[in-house]
Design a protein around this ligand. Structure first.
Ligand SMILES: [Zn+2]
Length: 416
């Protein structure tokens, strides 16, 4: 496997025009003593909505690295792929996020479940783990129930992993992540331990794991939930991971991956404190926050660019249900809080920027409008070259927004 650096940060470049501005944030972070490795991620869903190919993301990332003289590591993440969608990602990517959410809850063969439970008597009883707030108490029934819930998903992950290795000519020179975030129920630390044992049994050299945490991780807006409980769960997951690394021989680089990680301002402080206390690494995945900065940059540019983003908002509002449909577990929009298109039509640059910019201290900030535009990139994709041309024409303003957002709102609070 290719070793995953300690701190990795996923960024999304939906229209392949912002990689340089994104990389600039990593360069500036490094200059102030925050070494983070960039990972460009784009899911199959995003490629389908935009009509792009993974190779284009690779080309944009490579070009940015060349243009800015970045000499550190960087990765390209095939984000949320499965057996049916992985093939076009195999050549350009070196980081694979195996999405097994669809198989969670599908029971594996009863004989496999029984064999798993019999193989792991150490999972039953009182398990004392260093750094855990309280010992885990796990019954045989609990191990069985968790295996019924997750064993099939780990078998599916193995099939995807093996397929990637085979397609790459038998070579595992990439980072493997397993994601379970897009499900309804959070995975508690006891389940995490059982899942990691099952992943180890499958022989997957997993280096990052994305559980579903307690609370809402809505796209592009702050965390909603009990911050104290989150901190405890995050801490306990890390304790379970370092225990599982030793107990099951998983890679020492194994770390947590926080999906929909952009803009979760209220948990960055707790995450930073836990990382400092434990010495653990982190992968954080962001994507759409970047596209929103493009929209903010366009709105700030005024004239035709402002008119274009108003048009995008009006169209997104008209197609709201269809746009939101694929994102059920990760958005939360109150229709009553969405301003009508004709109201937005009357806004100037400042109004639009204030409503969209994620500044919780600004009374004009509207998280509902922000989430709608977050999923509204399909509308921009339909505008084709009219949108990408606007990105080119207003590049300086947009780049400033993109770099500032990553560096000031994300990297410094998390790692600074
Ligand atoms: Zn995810």
């Amino acid at each position: 496997m290719k070793k995953c650096p300690k701190f990795t940060f996923g960024v999304g470049d939906r229209f392949a025009h912002s990689a340089r501005a994104q990389l600039q944030a990593f360069i500036e972070a490094e200059q102030i003593g925050i070494p983070i490795t960039p990972v460009w991620n784009k899911s199959n869903r995003e490629h389908e909505i935009i009509g792009s190919e993974p190779q284009q993301t690779r080309d944009a990332a490579d070009q940015a690295v060349k243009d800015l003289g970045w000499s550190g590591d960087y990765f390209l993440d095939a984000d949320h792929i499965n057996l049916g969608t992985v093939d076009r990602f195999v050549a350009p990517c070196d980081f694979f996020t195996l999405d097994v959410a669809d198989d969670i809850g599908t029971a594996a063969d009863p004989a496999d479940i029984e064999a798993f439970v019999d193989k792991h008597p150490e999972l039953i009883g009182t398990i004392v783990i260093d750094g855990l707030s309280a010992p885990l108490e796990i019954t045989r029934e609990r191990v069985e129930a968790t295996a019924r819930q997750f064993l099939k998903a780990t078998q599916k992950a193995k099939a995807i992993y093996a397929h990637i290795v085979e397609q790459r000519g038998g070579i595992d020179n990439f980072v493997t992540e397993i994601s379970m975030d897009e499900t309804d129920a959070p995975q508690v630390p006891a389940e995490m331990l059982i899942i990691l044992a099952a992943i180890a049994d499958q022989g997957i050299p997993i280096q990052t794991i994305a559980p579903k945490f307690t609370g809402r991780f809505n796209k592009g807006v702050d965390y909603e939930g009990d911050v104290f409980q989150f901190e405890q769960e995050f801490n306990d997951d890390l304790a379970v991971i370092s225990h599982a690394v030793k107990a099951y021989g998983l890679p020492e680089t194994l770390k947590l991956s926080v999906h929909s990680g952009s803009d979760k301002f209220s948990i960055y402080g707790p995450i930073k404190a836990v990382l400092a206390r434990t010495g653990a690494g982190l992968h954080i995945k962001t994507a759409g926050t970047n596209w929103l900065e493009e929209i903010i940059g366009l709105a700030a540019s005024g004239s035709d660019a402002l008119a274009l983003v108003k048009e995008i908002y009006a169209a997104a509002l008209a197609k709201k249900d269809a746009l939101c449909q694929p994102y059920g577990t990760v958005i939360d929009i109150d229709d009553a809080q969405l301003p009508p298109a004709d109201v937005v039509g009357g806004w100037d640059s400042e109004d639009f920027v204030a409503a969209l910019t994620h500044d919780p201290t600004n009374a004009a900030y509207n998280p509902h409008l922000r989430q709608l535009l977050h999923v509204g990139f399909k509308i921009a994709a339909h505008k084709g070259s009219r949108y990408t041309q606007a990105l080119k024409e207003n590049q300086a303003m947009i780049a400033q927004c993109v770099t500032h957002n990553l560096l000031e709102r994300h990297m410094k609070p998390l790692f600074g």
